[in-house]
Design a protein around this ligand. Structure first.
Ligand SMILES: Nc1nc2c(ncn2[C@@H]2O[C@H](COP(=O)(O)OP(=O)(O)OP(=O)(O)O)[C@@H](O)[C@H]2O)c(=O)[nH]1
Ligand SMILES: [Zn+2]
Length: 202
C-alpha cells in the first residue's frame, strides 16, 4: 500500500480493526466449506484484511481536503476529464463494479479551478467504499459543487457490475451508465447536450 498525503490509506491503516476483519474472513472460509489452516490459506485472512483496508480506504478520507488546493485561472468554460478508471465495490454483494468516470465542470464567476488530478482523487475517495453506482455519481457531483462553487457540474460513470456477471443474472459485458448534473447543466439543455456529446463521443 502506498502512502497517501490526503490521509486515506494512512488513516485507514490506523482506523480499520484488522484483527476483527481477519477473524471474520477466517469464519467466512470455514462457513463456505474451506479449511483456513491449509497452507495456501494460512495467510489469507491477514492478506484479505489488508486488501479490504485499501479497498475501503475512502471511508477514512475527506473529499474536502482533496479539493482544498484550488487556483484562480479566470477560466469560465468547460473543464472535462474523461475515462478516469475506477474500481468500486457493490454494497449489496461486496464484489467489484468497475469502469470509467467522466467529470466536467464550468468554473464559477471567480474562475476557481482545481488540479486535474484532484478530480481523479475525488473518484477514488467515493469508489473506495461499499457503494451503489447512483450514489457514487451524485456524491462526486455534490462534493465538486460544494467546494468549487462552479456554474455547473456533470458526472457520468459507466461500469460493469460483477454481481451481474459472475453470479446472479450472469450477463457479462452489460454496462450501467449513471449521470449527475448540477447547476447550468441541469437548467440549460443545450449546455448539457453539448457536454454529454463530448463525454460520450469517443
Ligand atoms: N441501482 C443499483 N442496483 C445495484 C447496484 N449494484 C448492485 N445492484 C443491484 O442490487 C440488487 C439487489 O437485489 P436483491 O434482490 O436484494 O439481491 P439478489 O437476490 O442477490 O439479486 P440478483 O442480483 O438479482 O440475484 C440487484 O438487482 C443488483 O443488480 C448499483 O450500483 N445500483
Ligand atoms: Zn451487487
Amino acid at each position: 500500500m502506498t502512502e497517501d498525503r490526503h490521509g486515506g490509506i494512512e488513516a485507514a491503516l490506523k482506523g480499520v480493526d484488522r484483527p476483527r476483519a481477519e477473524a471474520a474472513i477466517r469464519e467466512l472460509l470455514i462457513a463456505v466449506g474451506e479449511d483456513p489452516d491449509r497452507p495456501g490459506l494460512k495467510d489469507t485472512p491477514a492478506r484479505v484484511a489488508r486488501a479490504y483496508t485499501e479497498i475501503f480506504a475512502g471511508l477514512w478520507q475527506d473529499p474536502g481536503e482533496i479539493l482544498a488546493t484550488t487556483f484562480d485561472e479566470d477560466h469560465d468554460e468547460l473543464v472535462l476529464v474523461k475515462d478516469i478508471p475506477m474500481y468500486s465495490t457493490c454494497e449489496h454483494h461486496l464484489v467489484p463494479f468497475h469502469g470509467v468516470a467522466h467529470i466536467g465542470y464550468i468554473p464559477g464567476a471567480d474562475g476557481k479551478v482545481t488540479g486535474l488530478s484532484k478530480l481523479a482523487r475525488l473518484v477514488e475517495v467515493y469508489a473506495r467504499r461499499p457503494q451503489v453506482q447512483e450514489r457514487m455519481t451524485s456524491q462526486i457531483a455534490d462534493a465538486l459543487s460544494d467546494v468549487l462553487k462552479p456554474r455547473g457540474v456533470l458526472v457520468v460513470i459507466e461500469a460493469e457490475h460483477l454481481c451481474m456477471a459472475m453470479r446472479g443474472i450472469r450477463k457479462p459485458g452489460s454496462r450501467t451508465v449513471t449521470s449527475a448534473v448540477r447547476g447550468i447543466f441541469r437548467s440549460n439543455q443545450s449546455t448539457r447536450s453539448e457536454a454529454m456529446s463530448l463525454v460520450l463521443g469517443r
